[in-house]
Design a protein around this ligand. Structure first.
Ligand SMILES: Cc1ncc(COP(=O)(O)O)c(C=O)c1O
Length: 442
């Protein structure tokens, strides 16, 4: 085990490199609900890694599938060639997807998935002779990964400002977080459905609906600090998109594979988009993989409107449907079904909700919001020092309480593996409570 590697060469993603390297937080192995830190401590994983290890760490069935595949077929191209697991993985994913969504395009992560979905949307309208639809609509505070398409429709200022103008023809819906009206909502907030009407009354009125190709939203905005959609909001967006022939894309990179107690948030809400972007839990994060699950009609449109022997979509990645990723995906999707992990998540989510809302009495807690096995705890910022309160709590949790939480700004986000049990939920929230109390004392 390497306790103190040289840290200078690695440029770490989304990390304050100098701060991190002054006191590195290193994880060296994992099993089930726990990481092992490099200094030998067992750390309870309150974040499923990065919202992705839904079946718990190092699941034996997934490990075995990857090992076996690595020794059988390390790589095969999927440009003009293929291997059987690519088709199997696509079929398995299609089976699990909402009705009507059953064509699968593979990529390697969520960012590629988002850019793929946006490109499919633009190309779809062109292929059916409606090239005037070039606009894309995202949402304030959205996170859609880090590709140029993703940051254009994304709405987190920090992720955009270093990189110039990104894509043209993009606009944003308002985000639906309204703490003054919805603070401490359990599940879906009551207020804010009218914010979906802004799509029609402001954005489409301004831009002309016939110029809009697609609207993309995360059903729950995760990375920005857990923003739960108000009641009926997603259905409203669906209705407006349908009315104007605009494609609706759900970015389910976080909500896919059981986070809300169903395969996708689309199932949970009963709102079916035209495309779903997924990644993370698709392979239980054991091998990078993303996918866009596409409505059959969209796929058929490409097939019917392209010359018979022509490439219908000029897009793809060397590692689309990589054999190791396909093996991991098939195994992970099997595990979710065999162990009934989505049902399990649905059952335990009421206990998780109750435990989360017990933190409400703490004076530095401003809001708690939750759905399924996701919860956001928004803290009052420290005077003149926004983000430091949550970061201090994160460090305290890691070094002193042996629990892993995630923070963004002054918001703590929890999204444990779906295998978490009641005792572990109690531990997670009681350690977090202690850390919040101790931080407030200074
Ligand atoms: C909703 C959403 N979309 C896209 C992404 C980007 O995924 P990746 O980091 O795999 O590129 C993320 C990552 O957290 C996400 O939460």
């Amino acid at each position: 085990m390497i306790n103190s590697p040289t840290t200078e060469h690695l440029w770490m993603p989304f990390t304050a490199n100098r701060q991190f390297k002054s006191k590195p937080r290193l994880l060296s192995s994992a099993k089930g609900m726990y990481y092992q830190s490099a200094d030998g401590r067992e750390i309870l994983d309150g974040t499923a890694g990065l919202w992705c290890v839904n079946a718990g760490h190092n699941h034996p069935k997934i490990i075995e599938a990857i090992q076996k595949q690595a020794a059988t077929l390390d790589f095969a191209p999927t440009f003009q060639m293929a291997h059987p697991l690519a088709f199997q993985a696509a079929s398995k994913l299609a089976e699990m997807s909402p009705a009507g969504l059953d064509r699968v395009f593979f990529c390697n992560d969520g960012s590629e998935g988002v850019d793929t979905a946006l490109k499919i949307a633009l190309a779809y309208h062109r292929v059916r002779g409606d090239a005037g639809r070039f606009r894309l609509i995202g949402r304030e505070r959205a996170y859609h990964g880090v590709g140029f398409g993703g940051i254009a429709v994304g709405g987190i200022a920090g992720n955009r400002k270093q990189f110039g103008a990104a894509l043209a023809g993009v606009d944003h819906l308002p985000h639906p977080l309204n703490i003054s009206k919805n603070a401490f909502s359990k599940g879906l907030p009551e207020h804010g459905v009218e914010l979906a009407d802004v799509l029609e009354s402001r954005l489409l009125a301004l831009h002309d609906p016939t110029t809009v190709a697609a609207v993309i939203v995360e059903p729950i905005q995760g990375s920005t600090g857990v923003i739960i959609p108000p009641k009926s909001y997603l259905q409203k967006l669906r209705d407006i998109c349908t009315k104007y022939g605009i494609l609706l894309i759900f970015d389910e990179v976080i909500t896919g594979f059981g986070r809300l107690g169903s395969a996708f948030a689309a199932n949970y809400f009963g709102v079916i988009p035209d495309m779903i972007v997924c990644a993370k839990g698709l392979t239980n994060a054991a091998v990078p993989m993303g996918a866009v699950i596409v409505n059959t009609g969209i796929y058929d449109t490409f097939m019917e409107n392209s010359p018979k022997d022509a490439i219908e979509l000029f897009h793809g990645y060397t590692y689309s449907a990589h054999p190791l990723a396909c093996a991991a995906a098939i195994a992970a999707l099997d595990v979710y079904q065999e162990e009934q992990l989505f049902e399990r998540a649905a059952q335990i989510s009421t206990y998780f909700e109750a435990a989360a809302h017990q933190l409400r009495d703490l004076p530095t807690v401003k809001d708690i919001r939750n759905l399924g096995l996701v919860c956001g705890i928004e803290l009052l910022p420290q005077e003149g020092k926004s983000t430091t309160r949550a970061y201090d709590i994160f460090e305290k949790c890691f070094w002193e309480k042996n629990v892993l939480i995630r923070t963004t700004g002054d918001i703590i986000a929890l999204s444990p593996p779906l295998i978490i049990n009641k005792d572990q939920i109690d531990t997670l929230f009681s350690k977090l409570r202690d850390a919040i109390v101790e931080q407030a004392k200074g």
